[in-house]
Design a binder for this molecule. Structure first.
Ligand code: PGA
Length: 253
């Protein structure tokens, strides 16, 4: 059984004050044991998030990482540093990083390898843009992105990774992918893992949906057989809204 994940990607939002408010508001609540809840604050809020989530079962993730351990890489953050801040997860290859910061499939792959080698679980983002979707290129593009991301990963490492299918046209737009269609593409991602590795590994990897997920539509996605959870942007920023998503997901366990 794959344990579903509800992950929040705060992007460049929630400084120290909002982060303190967020964790203080939800620290008394108990996370349903059948769910894994991950919050990914900006780097500067990780320290306080780690302190305030101590004793709760909320796990922390970062939104990016560099692939070296230390050295002259001005402005970068290493996987070891993230571990020190209590991170268990790290989002890699989000479409905003690929689009605004020029991250290529090769860079994404290096970051994934470095994360795994240093004990972080990567949440690897893939997704097609609107033109690719309209041209019928979704399946081939997603397959290609998954193959490139997993290059040189050992089978026993792949079992631990999380993949997030986030169609670019659904991120922050209020437009969601149709839940059946998201389920189909996620099935294709699982099938790609099966082709590279094995059926057993494909059945272990957790694949999430992301793109305009909110309390009103969460159940549609969580009830699909291939969808193992969600990566939530805007609706993860406020504790009460994020909690509604967790509560609704709990009802489907
Ligand atoms: P959104 O963002 O939920 O605000 O659409 C999702 C994401 O980018 O991970």
């Amino acid at each position: 059984m794959r344990k579903p994940i509800i992950a929040g990607n705060w992007k460049m939002n929630n400084g120290i004050e909002e982060t303190s408010h967020f964790f203080n508001s939800i620290k008394e609540k108990s996370i349903p044991p059948g769910l894994e809840v991950v919050v990914c604050p900006p780097f500067t809020s990780l320290y306080i998030a780690d302190k305030l989530s101590d004793g709760s079962s909320i796990k922390l993730g970062a939104q990016d990482v560099y692939w070296e351990i230390s050295g002259a890489f001005t402005g970068e953050i290493s996987p070891i540093m993230l571990r020190e801040l209590g991170c268990k997860f790290v989002i890699i290859g989000h479409s905003e990083r690929r689009g605004y910061f020029g991250e290529t499939d090769e860079i994404v792959n290096k970051k994934i390898l470095a994360s795994i080698n240093n004990g972080l679980i990567p949440i690897i983002c893939v997704g097609e843009n609107l033109t690719q979707r309209e041209n019928g290129e979704t399946d081939s593009f997603i397959k290609h992105q998954v193959e490139k991301a997993l290059k040189d990963l050992e089978e026993n490492s792949v079992e631990k990774v999380v993949i997030a299918y986030e169609p670019l046209w659904a991120i922050g737009t209020g437009k969601t992918a149709d839940a059946e269609e998201a389920n189909r593409v996620i099935g294709l991602i699982r099938n790609t893992v099966k082709q590279i590795y094995s059926e057993k590994t494909a059945e272990t990897v957790r694949v999430l949906y992301g793109g305009s997920v909110k309390p009103e539509n969460i159940k549609q996605f969580m009830s699909q057989p291939e969808i193992d959870g969600v990566l939530v942007g805007g609706a993860s920023l406020k504790p009460e809204v994020f909690w509604e998503i967790i509560e609704a997901s709990k009802q489907l366990l």
